[in-house]
Structure formats: C-alpha cells, structure tokens
Design a protein around this ligand. Structure first.
Ligand SMILES: [Zn+2]
Length: 271
C-alpha cells in the first residue's frame, strides 16, 4: 500500500504543513493521474481526504442538527470515517472540497503570523475582486478586520455628515445578518444615533436624540418637538423606509445626507 493510503503512512506526512500539502498533492495525483483506488481518511479531525483524491475541511454534526465542534480535538490524528460512522449513530460528517488552506509561505494579512501543521485550519481564505485567492487570515483576525472596517465606514459616514466629533461605539451584540458588520452608536452632544446595516440598507435610528429633546417638556411641547424630528416629514421626498425616528439609507452617501439633516434639527431643537 502507498503511504498516502494507509493510516500509518499518512501519519508520516503530518510533521509539518509542507507535509500536509504533499499529502494533498500525492493523493490528487494518485487518483486523477493514475486512477488508483483510495480510502477515505479524516486527518487531525479537520481534514477529509476522500476516495476520489479530494481534500476538504470537515465538520461533524449530530443528526444534521448539532455541530459537534469538540470532536476534532478528541479524534485520533488519522481515522477512517467509516469507523466513526459505525460506532456513532446519527453522526454526520460533512466536507467541502473547494477550500484553500495556507502554505508555509503565507502570513496572516491581519496579524502577520504564519500557520503550522497545528493550526492551518484556523484560517479564512481572502478572495479578491474576481474571486481569486488573495491571502489568508486567522478566523479571529478576519472577524476583527470586518468589525474594524464597519466602524471605520460608520465613522466616515459621520465625518461626511459633519459629525466629526461624534464618538463611534460598537454595540456588542448587534450585527447585520452576516454577523460580521457591527452596529454602532454615534454619540453626539444631543444623544446617541444608532447606525448599522440591515441587508442592503443602513439603518439610522435617532430616537435617543428625540427622547432627550423632549425630556422635561410638557405634553404639547413634546408633541411639537416630536414633529420637528419626525422622519416621515424630514425625509418625505425620499423613496425609502422612514418612521418617526428611523430611516433607511441605500448608500453611505445617503446615510451621510440623512445624518446631516438630523444633526441640523438636533442643533436647533436638541439638548
Ligand atoms: Zn492573524
């Protein structure tokens, strides 16, 4: 048996990241060039080598429902998936074969660290405009980058709206649906304006500014203040979703335009 097709043989490749890449190449060549019959193997609980010479990252689920993310740590370095499936009922092993993984020559585009055989799976492929592979980042580095870029974009919108002094504070649990673009509060002297993405629009919510302006006023004065801040009036010519203290902007430029308007009312009537 060829070393790339036995558990003991595969172990000998796992000394470093180069070895893992060599294993990937040799199994590909065995199947695609020489039509050799190959067995399935799970390596490090992270990599799936299938009988058709493919390599992918694998995940484990129970009954298609619960992700078993503790499982990679508990498996032998090399194991046959058939053995796992025999002993664990309802275990679902999935793998995708289009994953790119870093080589020893890659450094994380965010933190500059390199990958090794121990942590190559902690990587996200970064693709360019034409979907070509550009670089890699660690999973956490990738999240941090997205979060920082979101905050930078919100700060830019604030600057463009003339709110350079506004303090941008991320809201810890509020993200867009991708879970990657954080929402933030623009803290201004007149109150906090909540800004964040919702699918393709930027949600702007200035209810805190209205509440502050109204605080301490009696009923009629409050109603008058609410009406000057009313989004359905302020943005009545805009074809977009608007409510009393909320508007959806379809671009960063529109968001800056709306914020400028809200800012101008806040300067006159806020407190
Ligand atoms: Zn990193």
């Amino acid at each position: 048996m060829k070393p790339y097709n036995t558990a003991d043989g595969i172990e000998t490749y796992l000394t470093d990241l180069d070895g893992l890449h060599r294993l990937i190449r040799e199994r590909q060549a065995a199947y695609y060039d020489r039509k050799e019959a190959l067995g399935n193997f799970i390596v490090q609980g992270r990599a799936y080598f299938d009988s058709c010479g493919n390599f992918g990252r694998c995940t484990f689920e129970h009954d298609y429902r619960t992700l078993l993310d503790w499982m990679p740590e508990t498996l032998p370095r090399v194991v046959r998936p058939e053995v796992l499936n025999e002993s664990l009922t309802k275990l679902v092993i999935s793998y995708g074969i289009s994953y790119a993984i870093p080589t020893v020559d890659h450094v994380c585009a965010e933190c500059g660290r390199v990958w090794t055989i121990a942590d190559w799976h902690d990587s996200v492929a970064v693709r360019g405009q034409d979907h070509e592979l550009a670089s890699f980042r660690h999973v956490r580095c990738d999240l941090l980058r997205d979060e920082r870029e979101s905050l930078r974009e919100i700060q830019q919108i604030a600057n463009d709206a003339g709110l350079e002094g506004a303090f941008v504070v991320p809201i810890p649990t509020e993200y867009d649906r991708s879970g990657r673009r954080t929402w933030a509060l623009l803290c201004t002297p007149w109150g906090d304006i909540k800004v964040g993405w919702r699918k393709r629009v930027i949600n702007i919510d200035w209810s805190d500014v209205v509440e502050r302006a109204c605080a301490g006023h009696r009923y009629e004065a409050r109603e008058r203040l609410r009406s000057v801040f009313d989004g359905t009036e302020l943005f009545k010519n805009q074809e977009t979703t608007k409510e009393q203290a909320l508007v959806h902007a379809w671009s960063a430029a529109k968001a800056a335009e709306y914020l400028r308007e809200i800012h101008s009312v806040a300067r006159d009537f806020g407190r």
